[in-house]
Design a protein around this ligand. Structure first.
Ligand code: PLP
Length: 368
């Protein structure tokens, strides 16, 4: 297929901007000959912990592994239930299943696509151990009431902050509010590596210590394997790259917010479009609108005809997928979201003329 003129995400400007710095960092690792658990991993863990305002950060090899290892470190396993959202990337629920526990899906809040805090209480059973909110698209979930419900019922809150690096809720960083938080450094995320990477953060020294052992085959001392763990270390090369990029993430998140405002100004008044709430602390990993009146397909086609890429995150709610359909629940807001959500091109340095082209195309497609 022909490459579209306006992609949904363009990572090249970021690479160009940091070309020399990244090359220097990469060559430094190559010269050092230390590729696993070297000084850059340690330094990155310290720097990122400080940035997020947490005591401990453990570098891992993906966001999915961060979720699995966090659940393991919390002692979650067969027989346990984890309350989460059905409107997220598959890995959120997959991690729960991978440790042998059961994801229990509750509906989302149509205002922000995140876990509906008013639906949580009814889903709590004697088996519930954890509430797992996702800060979807970079918009922080309503953590105040979530932490309150959890405290009332003796549950732990684990945050999936994979899409929300740098996002804030009432002055606290996403990922730093629950018992532990998980991040992904998949290249498309707001802080992205040049390959896979992940992170677990926590203020609890026991969780940090357990996670550090689990990432090296469950060993605290080499060859003294105390439990069955994983091979899930953050690469030294990726850590060196992430240390460079971490310095720019606030600027990039600000630029994303500015780009979101441009879309808001252009599309906010458009009939049949609901623009995302410009909530405080949102880092716009995605800029996701709703297209009402069964017109999403039409808008997508018009965009494609003009050389503009768009994405549907996500075309299926997790409880509708065959692997999770045995739960047999009706979650109308999540089901509506899968048919209306449309993510438009966004990256920190997206040019205004490109955004205006996108806006014009969407407006025209809906005017017909
Ligand atoms: C990307 C993502 C993950 C998984 O991260 P990987 O690094 O790709 O394993 C988990 N949850 C959400 C919400 C994500 O967007």
């Amino acid at each position: 297929m022909e490459k579209l003129e306006i992609p949904v995400l363009d990572l090249r400007p970021e690479m160009d901007e940091l070309w020399d710095e990244l090359n220097e960092a990469i060559q430094g690792v190559l010269r050092s000959g230390q590729f696993i658990m070297g000084p850059n991993v340690k330094a990155f863990e310290e720097e990122v912990a400080q940035y997020l305002g947490v005591k401990h950060a453990v570098g891992l090899n993906s966001g999915t592994d961060a979720l699995v290892i966090a659940l393991r470190a919390l002692g979650i396993g067969p027989g346990d239930e984890v309350i989460t959202t059905p409107f997220t990337f598959f890995a959120t629920a997959e991690a729960v299943s991978l440790v042998g526990a059961t994801p229990v899906f509750v509906d989302i809040d149509p205002a922000n696509f995140n876990l509906d805090v008013n639906s949580i209480e009814a889903a709590i059973s004697t088996r519930t151990k954890v509430i797992l909110p996702v800060h979807l698209y970079g918009c922080p979930a309503d953590m105040g009431p979530i932490l309150e419900v959890a405290a009332d019922h003796g549950l732990k809150v684990l945050e999936d902050a994979a899409q929300a690096f740098g996002a804030e809720y009432q002055g606290r960083k996403a990922g730093a509010m629950g018992i532990a938080g998980c991040f992904s450094f998949f290249p498309s995320k707001n802080l992205g590596a040049c390959g896979d990477g992940g992170l677990l953060v926590t203020n609890d020294p026991n969780i940090a210590e357990l996670a550090s052992a689990l990432r090296i085959h469950g060993s605290r001392h080499k060859y003294c394997n105390e439990m069955v763990g994983y091979n899930s270390r953050l690469d030294e090369l990726q850590a060196a790259i992430l240390r460079v990029k971490l310095k720019y993430v606030d600027v990039w998140n600000d630029l994303r917010r500015q780009a979101a405002r441009v879309y808001q100004d252009g599309l906010g008044v458009c009939r049949n479009i609901v623009t995302p709430a410009m909530c405080e602390g949102h880092v716009f990993h995605q800029y996701t609108i709703r297209v009402k009146g069964n017109r999403r397909g039409k808008v997508r086609e018009a965009l494609e005809a003009d050389g503009i890429d768009s994405m549907v995150y996500y075309p299926h709610a997790l409880h509708q997928l065959p692997v999770y359909s045995s739960a047999q629940v009706n979650l109308p807001e999540a089901e509506r979201a899968v048919s209306e959500a449309l993510s438009l091109p966004i990256w920190p340095s997206i040019e205004r003329p490109k955004q205006l082209t996108v806006i014009r195309c969407v407006v025209e497609a809906l005017a017909e």
